[in-house]
Design a protein. Structure first.
Length: 278
């Protein structure tokens, strides 16, 4: 029988060492952990609303990623912020009116609280340290339309965070996943809640921590979230998520804001208020 060349008879000593180190690393990594780390995200709001359906979709997608990282995400229905704290939530998604949000955030200053419904500009000027807004503000929508009307006078378009006909940047896949799971078309509140859960889960995976204080700092200063919109989005100092808006007319997307040729360099801060009230 023809002998096998010695270079293939056995791995060299450094390859053997590398293989042992690799096995040891994998065996002790979260991916190979027998018990995944549970990350709880609380939800305050109606269980039959679009926001809840969007948050559920976010959890489903977070778990699809998390199973490779030893992370298991749960959406915990909570009657109030006290219940969210008792559940040891890492963050809280809130589908509530503007009047309720400051008190919710103040009752748990260590927890990131993500507003997915209230568009009131006054909430953004208060600049509550742990309150974030993934839903666009009224001023963002107004500024988007003002830019669009400079380019398309007389247009009857509306400015939206999301639309069921979005296709770019894997938007069509997101719309299909959501509609298949919920039986609904994704709208602004559903997208805002999905985005809230996803940006929290992405941050947990990146930082390897679900501690609320660590997440709070990272969301404030170290977020880069795509949200199927094709740009890196981050939070302003006033808690508002910088994001492009879709311009929709007669059920079709006709443009995007910031509007090219109107807003300088596509500046996301050309939409809405950026400053805190003094």
């Amino acid at each position: 029988m023809k002998s096998i060349p010695t270079t293939f008879q056995a791995p060299s000593r450094w390859l053997t060492h590398l293989f042992i180190v690799l096995l040891a690393t994998l065996a002790t990594s979260p991916t190979w952990a027998a018990t995944p780390v549970t990350v709880r995200i609380a939800f305050i709001g109606p269980a039959d609303g679009d926001a809840h359906a969007g948050a559920q979709q976010g959890i489903k997608e977070a778990n699809a990623q998390g199973k490779f990282l030893g992370l298991a995400y749960q959406l915990v229905a909570s009657a109030d912020i006290g219940a969210a704290r008792a559940a040891k939530a890492s963050a809280v998604v809130v589908d509530a009116d503007a009047a309720a949000l400051p008190a919710i955030a103040a009752a748990a200053p260590e927890l990131p609280v993500l507003n997915v419904r209230a568009e009131d500009d006054a909430l953004r000027t208060q600049c509550v340290g742990n309150l974030f807004h993934t839903i666009p503000s009224q001023a963002m929508r107004s500024d988007a339309l003002a830019q669009w009307h400079k380019k398309q006078p007389g247009s009857q378009a509306t400015a939206q965070a999301w639309h069921a006909s979005a296709e770019l940047y894997a938007g069509s896949q997101l719309n299909k996943r959501y509609s298949d799971a919920s039986g609904r078309a994704m709208n602004d509140q559903a997208w805002a809640a999905w985005a809230a859960v996803k940006l929290v889960s992405d941050t947990v995976a990146r930082l390897h921590t679900s501690e609320p204080v660590g997440l709070l700092g990272a969301l404030r200063k170290d977020l880069a979230f795509d949200g199927q919109k094709g740009v890196d989005m981050s939070f302003r100092d006033n808690g508002q998520l910088r994001q492009p808006l879709l311009l929709v007319e007669n059920g079709k997307i006709v443009g995007e804001a910031p509007v090219r040729g109107i807003a300088p360099n596509g500046d996301l801060d050309s939409l809405g208020n950026t400053a805190c009230a003094k």
